[in-house]
Design a protein around this ligand. Sequence first.
Ligand code: HEM
Length: 410
Amino acid sequence: MSECPYDPFSPEVRVDWGPAYRQLRAECPVPHFDGFGDQGFWSAARYDDVRSLNVDIDTWTARDGSGPNHRDDPGPLNQDLPDRAPFRRLLTSGINTARAEQLEPAMLVETRSLLDEVDASRGFDLMMDFAVPLTSAMMATLMGISPEHEARPMWRGWAEVFMTSMQSEDPAEFTRATVEMYAFFKRELTARREAIEHADGGAGPDPVDFLTQLAVARRDGEHFAIADLANVAGAVFIGAQGTTASLIGNLGFRLLERRDRWEDVLAHRDLVPLAVEESLRFDPPVLGTFRSANADVVLGDVTIPAGGKVMSLFGSANRDEDRFCDGESFDIHRDPAQFRQHLTFGIGSHLCPGAPLGRMLGRVALNELLDRFPDLELAGPPGPHIEPFFVWGFSSLPVTAGPSPRPQPA
Ligand code: HEM
């Protein structure tokens, strides 16, 4: 058993996990942390171990949930193959590159409208005034929920409670946190299904929105159960927003903390997608997800007992010296062959279906910030990192700029 003094909750690790992960990769690649629940959990720090944890689905399962606690109410997406395949298809048929391209014009309008509202010369919060409402707007557009919908003001609270409860040692808290959110999706899905059924000739709701796609989808000729669909919608709702907002904040921070980086991207707009990719690698919005061992298994030189939970340290894998040249440096000029090797969107059967949307929104947001506020700068230190401990993003990021010298796009 490993003796590494690794504590993922310690203030030092929460503020900057880079040095701790580097030490783990070098000295103790599969540490056990006993300060959580009855059994604690292990972590995998090296790229190859993280990869096998996610790809070797005979050995590892997400059945007990992808957080640190053990859940006995797995949703359809936590099932193993082949049971999860129909639900996975629901995701990938509705959330993909084509969907990202389709949403891009609407997201450009949202981005511009949010930036119209800020007074950059007085300063604004890049997270709360921009990244967070922008990702909420993306979710509303994707789902087909109007901005005026009475539930919209509750969304942020649902996501926060859900995420915080994922690090709770009491799994029942997880269930409680989801009740209101799932009830909302059940109502929306039922209404859409009924509207289609009563449409008499197909004049039902816009079939392009994701909730309608879910509501009308069939398996072997039969509709899916509304409760299962609500679970899939909830996974999308939670999976999309905090992550993409964190990408925008983390990216903005890395470019603004060193002026030459911002100027470089400002002068060479073809660097924007590379800057997005390097931010994803260097500052992954999801630091890690969890899998459980199906049976006793050796990972590295450590035996994980059946049922033991292991966290994939995506942040560590993404900086692994054996895979990334000078992986500890943020470098938007790195060899393009390395960019897409990062594991920020996971790998294997749970690979993030929203990656094209996340990348698109990161690109649109950065391009618009560069257009609108070429003089943007940090106006103070970022706020504390958001919870739980396995995500990575700022709660606030104060920025400022002079008045826009450029005409605003029509
Ligand atoms: C920068 C933004 C994003 C990051 C870093 C991210 C990260 C991840 C990661 C690491 C996983 C794998 C989880 C696991 O292995 O247990 C995942 C899965 C998932 N993501 Fe994302 N995500 C992002 C954006 C999105 C967006 C925009 C959506 C939807 C519109 C989305 C929906 C999902 C869903 C539904 C899953 C579960 C997939 C499955 O279990 O088959 N994500 N994401």
